[in-house]
Structures are given as C-alpha cells and as structure tokens.
Design a protein around this ligand. Structure first.
Ligand code: NAD
Length: 456
C-alpha cells in the first residue's frame, strides 16, 4: 500500500505540470475505450456482482457520463481575473490540484462510482489511489487498465485492495490530501471523522431511505411501473432505490395492483436473458434483509408480497430474495428506520400531501425522493418543502447528470462539496489567487514606503 502512495506521489511531480489539453486528450481516448468495451465491462459486473446485464450497462453508462463531462475540464476549471483592480495592479485566481487523493468505493456500482471520482480527480491534476470494494474489485481494475491504455502515465492512478486495514491506511497517510467515500453509514461516518481529524478533505456519501409519494391524480399505470422498477431493480441495491412508498388519499387503493406488477418480475441469475432482478451480494446481506422483513411482520406490518422463500432453479444456494412488499408500515418500525438495501418496498399511508412531506422530513436520511402527480402546483409545493438533496417529479431515481452534482443531504452525506460536476471540481482543487503590480512607469523609489499598502 505504501508503494502505491509513493508511486502516486512521484507521478504527481510531472502529472501536475502536464497540460490540461493533454489530460483532456486522455479523457477522450478513455471515453472511447470504455464505449468500445461496454459489453465486456457489463459482463464482468454481472459475473462478479450479480446484477442483470442491462443494469450493468447502466452502471457503466452513468460513470461514462462523468468521463465525458471531464473531457470539458479546461472550461470547468476556468478561473477569475480582474485587470486594473488598483493602480497598475491585476488579480487572477485559478484552481490548482491538491496532490495525492483517494477514493473508497462500495460494491453496488463497481463501475459508476470509481468513474465518479477518478476522472474528476486526475483531470484536476491530482494523482489518485483507489480502494474498490473487496467484494467486487474486478471492474475497477479493468477501468484502470483502460485508463492506462488511453495514455494515462504510470502512477497517476494506483489501486489498493483490502478492507478495514486499507481504509485506515488511506485515512491516516500524511501524503493523501482528500478522500471520496461512498458506502454505508457506519463506514462513512468513521472515514469522515478519521480522515478529517487527520486534516484531509472528505466527502462521504452514505445510506438512504428514499421515499416515493404517490398522489391520487398521478398516471396510475406509469407510476406503478416506475415504482416497481425503482424499488426492485438491481435487487434494491441502489443508494437511490425508491425503497419506501407513501400512498396519499385514494392512491392507497392502488396497493393490490402494485403487488400484482411486482409479483410478475423474474428473479434469476443476472446473465440469464429476461431476468429482472438478480441475487443480493452475499449470504450475510440476505440474512440481514430477511431479519428486517421479519421485524416488520413482528411489529405489525402486513406482508402483502413475500419473496423470502424463493428458490431459483439451478442456483438453489444463491442469495435470492423475490420482490417483497410490507404495507401498513409506521415510522417507528425497524424496517422503516433502517436501510434495507434489498428488494423490499415498505409502504406507508398519508391522508394529505402535508402529512407525506412531514413523514419524509422527519426521516434522518436526505439522499433522494420523488413525487408522482399530474398537478404542477402539487409538484411545486413538494419540491419547495421537502428536505432532501435530490428530488424527482415523475422521475423515480433522480440521479443528476454530471453538469450538476450528486447532492444527497442530511444523514446521507457528510462533507462540504459533493461528487462530480462543479462541486466535484471544487472538491479536488484549491484556489490560488495572484495579485500582481507592474508599475506603468518603471520608477525606482529612493525611499521605502512603510505605510500599509491600501491598493487604490
Ligand atoms: P460498505 O460501507 O460496506 O463498504 C464501502 C467501502 O467501505 C468498502 O470499500 C469497504 O471496504 C469499506 N468499509 C466497509 N465497512 C467499513 C468499516 N466498518 N470501516 C471502514 N471501512 C469500511 O458499503 P457497501 O455495502 O459496499 O455498499 C452499500 C452501501 O453504500 C449502502 O448503504 C448504500 O446506501 C451506500 N451507497 C450510497 C451511495 C450514495 O451516493 N449515497 C451510493 C452507493 C451506495
């Protein structure tokens, strides 16, 4: 691990002086190589992580969009200048890199998340050490090889492997200046605290409980399909999965239709054609999810769709759970308070939009939320009053495109600057401001001026 940081430190000496145009050229080539190898990357994700092939392509594509955005880094990094701000004086400020930076990534998006950090970090002039999830590190390795094929010099990006020990190494190493983290609350809070205590910049994207509000005036068919896709796609293992539904007023009657649609989803290995959702990541994860479902039943929720006993032919020992729906859930229940991160939708009811908003704003997480309605005024009230960082109106998974940033808030985020977009550039750079005085007349003062310079 030490060798990786030393290599990145050494590479920084020349990489920080490499022109932005050259870095941009590498990004263009990287983009092209990823596109050409899309299928290969997706197959590797499916094999290693379990998600379906189409979903794995989406995983690569959402990361590729950040690479494409970084192709425009010269414009994104434009600084500020004022000429003649005082007599014969000009000031300009521009962004400079931090040095060696690092990221620590989760299992659920093995392509997208490394591509949220590496391209931004290195086109801003930093070098980078990445520690992918120990549960599926293969895609990150492939991406870093592709980056090298695109002309990125050795040492600019290094990969280290491991779990807690590798995380502590990153948090404590004096040469690492910033850490991007994505993963669970427990790890995210720990890394934020340990990294910050060591004087590093840290951005930490953590867990979520994203609510979808279903208004009775919404288009019923579209809304239920969107809800089913966003709750159960990727077996619910998305940080922006709509894991919680709040049915308002008469929309509460749509629950049986929702159950029917969810029960029609095909659960199988990710590479089998026609599969809608694959397995969850591990036996431990499966047991945790089953335990949370049971806690809901024990605390009085109604299990209206039970995917617990599903067996997939040919993969009898697989970590499969079928789509599961818990209705009549109340905010005090464990299945509501804890992130489930599996194919389980918990459903609550509210009489009014105000009540739905209050439920969501009282939940500690603030990653994302969505409302389904055909009424503009309802949608506007919701977007104004809801306290979540990313809001969808008839968009179930509102992950912003990279000209914006990933702006999860409250319990889902710690730090000051978010991932990618302008905020990503801010995170990976610091500002240098240069004040220059070149006198119009090349006068040599015979006596030093000792009064405070007032720059007029
Ligand atoms: P995880 O926290 O188990 O692992 C993430 C990384 O942290 C891994 O590299 C792992 O090695 C390390 N890690 C794990 N436990 C640690 C600990 N106790 N101390 C130090 N390091 C530790 O997360 P995961 O299971 O891989 O991913 C799922 C989680 O990630 C979910 O909670 C999900 O909501 C979250 N997530 C959030 C976002 C977001 O943008 N907010 C995006 C994707 C995933």
């Amino acid at each position: 691990m030490e060798a990786a940081v030393n290599s990145s430190k050494e590479a920084y000496k020349s990489w920080s002086k490499t022109s932005l145009i050259s870095k941009q050229q590498i990004m263009f080539k990287f983009q092209n190589i990823i596109k050409t190898n899309m299928k290969k990357l997706a197959e590797s994700i499916t094999l290693e992580q379990g998600k379906t092939l189409i979903d794995a392509e989406g995983d690569v594509l959402r990361g590729l969009q950040v690479v494409e955005h970084c192709c425009g880094m010269p414009s994104l990094q434009l600084g500020e200048a004022l000429s003649g701000v005082a007599k014969d004086m000009d000031i300009h400020s521009y962004r400079v890199p931090l040095g060696v930076t690092a990221s620590i990534t989760p299992f659920n998006f093995p392509a997208m998340i490394p591509l949220w950090t590496i391209p931004v970090a290195i086109t801003c002039g930093n070098t980078h050490v990445i520690k992918p999830s120990e549960r599926d590190p293969g895609t990150c390795m492939m991406l870093v090889e592709m980056l090298s094929e695109a002309g990125c010099p050795p040492g600019v990006v290094n990969v280290i492997h491991g779990a807690h020990e590798a995380v502590d190494f990153i948090c404590d190493h004096p040469d690492i200046k910033a850490i991007s983290f994505v993963g669970s609350d427990q790890a995210g809070k720990y890394i934020y605290e340990r990294g910050s205590a060591n004087g590093k910049r840290v951005q930490s994207n953590m867990g979520a409980k994203n609510h979808g509000v279903i208004m009775p005036d919404a288009n019923k068919g579209n809304t239920l399909n969107q809800l089913v896709g966003a709750a159960f796609g990727a077996a619910g293992q998305r940080c922006m999965a709509l894991s919680t539904a709040v049915f308002v007023g008469e929309a509460q009657e749509w629950m049986s239709d929702l159950t029917k649609r969810a029960s029609e989803l095909k659960v199988n290995a990710g590479h089998v054609p026609g599969t809608d959702l694959g397995p969850v990541i591990s036996p431990q994860s499966k047991n945790r999810i089953l335990d949370l479902i049971q806690s809901g039943v024990d605390e009085g929720a109604k299990l209206i769709l039970d995917g617990r006993n599903l067996v997939v032919k040919g993969y009898e020992k697989g970590n499969f759970i079928g789509p599961t729906i818990l209705a009549d859930v109340k905010p005090g229940m464990r299945c509501y308070k804890e992130e489930i991160f599996g194919p389980v939708l918990v459903c609550l009811s509210a009489d009014t939009l105000d009540e739905a908003i209050s439920i969501i704003n009282n939940n500690p997480y603030g990653n994302g939320t969505a409302i389904f309605t055909n009424n503009g005024a309802t949608a506007r009230k919701f977007t104004q009053e809801i306290d979540c960082g990313q809001v969808g109106v008839n968009v179930p998974i509102p992950v912003p495109l990279p000209m914006f940033s990933f702006t999860g808030s409250r319990g889902s985020f710690r730090g000051d600057s978010h991932f990618y977009g302008k905020q990503g550039v801010h995170f990976y750079t610091q500002v240098k401001t240069v004040t220059q005085l070149w006198r119009e007349t090349d006068v040599t003062h015979s006596k030093a001026a000792v009064a405070m310079p007032v720059m007029q």
